[in-house]
Design a protein around this ligand. Structure first.
Ligand code: ADP
Ligand code: ADP
Length: 228
């Protein structure tokens, strides 16, 4: 469970990116976060991953206040988070297999099992047998799949993606949306931002909408407000 409790974020320079945001995301939910550019979507995701810290309020993951986590505990937290952020670029001088292997190398995973997991993750995103290729030779949609494989290779229980379909043709974007739905159906809590409200409609997600740093909408899949 992820809880935002009266969270505010002011960046240096005084700009308020989030103000008084409260919501609860339960285990196994598929949540689509939308809002215009600058609304605070990326900031909200970065607070979960402790890439940024809130200026006020608390962010709890499974009951733990991660906003106050000591820096040394952050890698441990991130093992359970799959992140596909705007700045999570692929390494273009390494092949697909090595890109997906990277998180397992960082966490000191035993090599033989790591190789098996990378193969399973590539299969999961429809890139089986493509490990030896270089990212530059892949389409935009395929590169995004590599980034998603890298995010799930640690088998995280929470998957967070910031505009994963932003630069893709509609057909590729729909495939990527299906992929997130399939992870969610396997039990993963999925939180994804998008400009395209229609994209995830078939998955009947919970919808959060930010505007100017305020959470202005929180709608359950049945169309009713999520607030208890
Ligand atoms: P979105 O993802 O919805 O486009 P962001 O969370 O990226 O919104 O940004 C929210 C606001 O915070 C924007 O006005 C942006 O310019 C500002 N902002 C984001 N990151 C920083 C930063 N590192 N320093 C200062 N301002 C920032
Ligand atoms: P294996 O058990 O051989 O790893 P699976 O078919 O169970 O194969 O999973 C294939 C890959 O898909 C996993 O390595 C993982 O990257 C991803 N995956 C499957 N289920 C989950 C899940 N519940 N949470 C996160 N990732 C998952």
């Amino acid at each position: 469970m992820i809880v935002f409790d009266e969270v505010a974020k002011r960046y240096a320079g005084g700009y308020t990116a989030l103000a008084g945001v409260s919501c609860e995301i339960r285990h196994g939910e598929l949540v689509v976060l939308s809002g215009h550019s600058g609304a605070g979507k990326s900031t909200l995701l970065k607070l979960i991953a402790v890439i940024e810290r809130p200026s006020a309020g608390r962010v709890l993951i499974n009951g733990e206040d991660v906003s106050r986590l000591p820096r040394s505990a952050i890698p441990y937290l991130r093992r359970n988070l799959g992140l596909v952020l705007q700045e999570s670029r692929l390494l273009f001088d390494r092949n697909v297999f090595d890109n997906v292997m990277l998180p397992l190398v960082i966490t000191g995973h035993p090599p033989r099992d790591a190789g098996r997991r990378v193969a399973a993750a590539l299969e999961r995103v429809g890139l089986e047998g493509r490990g030896k290729e270089l990212p530059a030779g892949l389409s935009g949609g395929e590169q995004q799949r590599v980034a998603i494989a890298r995010a799930i290779v640690n088998r995280p229980s929470i998957l967070i993606a910031d505009e994963p379909t932003a630069h893709l043709d509609p057909a590729y974007a729909a495939d990527i949306a299906d992929l997130f739905r399939s992870f969610n159906e396997a039990g993963v809590t999925v939180l994804v931002t998008t400009h395209d409200g229609a994209l995830f409609a078939a998955s009947r997600p919970r919808r959060l909408v930010l505007a100017g740093g305020l959470l202005i909408e929180d709608t359950r899949p049945d169309g009713r407000p999520a607030q208890e």
